[in-house]
Design a protein around this ligand. Sequence first.
Ligand code: SF4
Length: 703
Amino acid sequence: VRAVQDFDKVVDSVCPFCGVGCQTKVAVKDNRIVQVDGRDGYANENRLCVKGRFGFDYAMSPERLTKPLIRRDDAPKAGDIDMRDVDPLTVFREATWEEALERAAGGLTSIMAAHGGQALAGFGSAKGSNEEAYLFQKLIRQGFGTNNIDHCTRLCHASSVAALMEGVGSGAVSAPFNDAMKAECIIVIGARPTTNHPVAATYFKQAAKLGKQLIVMDPRGQDLMRHATHSLKFKPGTDVAMLNALIHVIIEEQLYDEQYIQANVAGFEALKEKVKDFSPEAMADICRVPAETLRDVARTYAKAERSIIFWGMGISQHTHGTDNSRCLIALALITGQIGRPGTGLHPLRGQNNVQGASDAGLIPMYYPDYKSVENPDIRGTYENFWGQTLDPKTGLTVVEIIDAIHDDVIKGMYVMGENPAMSDPDQAHARGALARLEHLVVQDIFLTETAWHADVVLPASVHAEKLGTFTNTNRQVQIGRPALDLPGEARQDLDIIIDLAHRIGLDWNYGHVSEVYTEMAAVMPSLKHISWERVEREESVIYPADGPDQPGNEIIFSTSFPTADGRGRIVPADLLPPDEVPDEDYPLVLTTGRLLEHWHTGAMTRRAGVLDAIEPQGIASMNPREIGRRGLHQGEMIAIETRRGTVEAILRADREVADGMVFMPFCFNESPANMLTNPMLDPFGKIPEFKYCAARIVAPAAA
Ligand code: SF4
């Protein structure tokens, strides 16, 4: 640890990575971050994980984009080239901002003139601030005249939000993750917090140490199971069978809260009818959990004074992801385990601002604060506010936009901080779409795999260079402050959006980021009483707040739900198989996810020296038994094949992976897991089935 006098300044900010939203102290010397420490924030109490503490040097990477780029007329066709081994200046030429912005806006407006605004789409980013998300969606809606606007929330918790909006009238968490400490029983299902939300996981481990019941349900084993009272390694894809069995027990043994249901819940009778056939004895073989364990878990959850449920992508990234979440909502509603401290429903958010970006309207079906674009009254309000006739139809989602490019419906895109060439399922299909676009504008900090396909690349700002608000998984609106000057000619994302808006004819006038926040907060009841000055002053404010001097409400739904009749609504779920199940040709299940050291598509963490040194190469993990049975060896290069493609990766032995499964992280561009994944969507949340598809091992090409 260095002495404070070694630094030029120490800036209070928040971590740029996961949804936990740890508060940080960023120490700077000579315009370089040299140290990051935790602060005593509500979410982290001085703690940081390896990403927050050591993953900062991507911001100073020599690979940062510092000048606008325009694709050369004689460059290879987009998509025909892997730029990792190519000098970017053979494909792009440097340009002035004036020329690049003119080219960017000109391409978009000429498509609009020829085909209408519906031929355009935008991907924003959950890594950006609330103000950037708000302005980006406003530009797409007001400037392009379309609701074809989405971001990576579609790939993580879209199905959770669909079920929560339907069931409890709000997509946000009902209680902060810190409330695990107040619970008697904690369920963690389909989430690996020690990997993906490491500081939140410290609270779960602490709670277990204090004697709370910790129930961890995951087809893969995980570190948290070492602290758990119950560990259920259920068969992948059978969540509904297992969860309906728990509900069956609670109803059969009359462990539900009749009084709470009478006062607050609709749909209980239909649920009773649905789960009749889901006894633990009937489901045990299906989900591969003993009936007695299912009964024990159901009793533990229902009988506890306070029980809370956390979930992640293992629940949501399925074609039945909304049904999985519906079951969790039903569990909480029939037992009254919601609306009190230590109880509730908490989908753990992945990116630092995925909650805020969704709240700010960066989604195709809702304006800010989840107000339907199809409601004429609400649309009228926005038309008056923005002075523009707006698109009356819900727009296309991430995967639908990719398909619409192939169908020649979408012809131009503006992508800010998103990397669909790595994050979208069936990558060859996704990259084929990007290559097919007539005009692609990419605004980013690196020449990402998506930027390889761009006509114009606009060099933008990292988190540590910008001022703005970010909303974490707990609903805490927090302030991120600039610690570094921008490199070269890179610019603030917000300024780039505003300049593009001017060039497509919008008469915007913002002098400071706080003015954007104030406009956004004026249309978002959730931010009532939370002014820019308050967030600056208090660093972090949980929404909703009851007054300008009142602390925000950690617990919501205490008296009713924000639904039409004030009741929580149960929607019973059926057991449906995954879209693509193993067969003779493809006998294995491929599942994908993240690693502790690498975040999402790896654009940032693979350029962070410490993190990339720990996990430097693309891997595929299998159980040692499965490796032995197949005559394979740990450390050798294997090729994993699905109906969408073949990818080579180093084989890693991992006892946590079940027999018959392969696990691949999706952050390695040399072993791109999403080349293999299934783009089939959940019908409600429109999220692809990243967690399950049929695969096989074949000989690598070099063998
Ligand atoms: Fe950053 Fe998340 Fe780690 Fe906290 S837990 S330091 S927010 S990556």
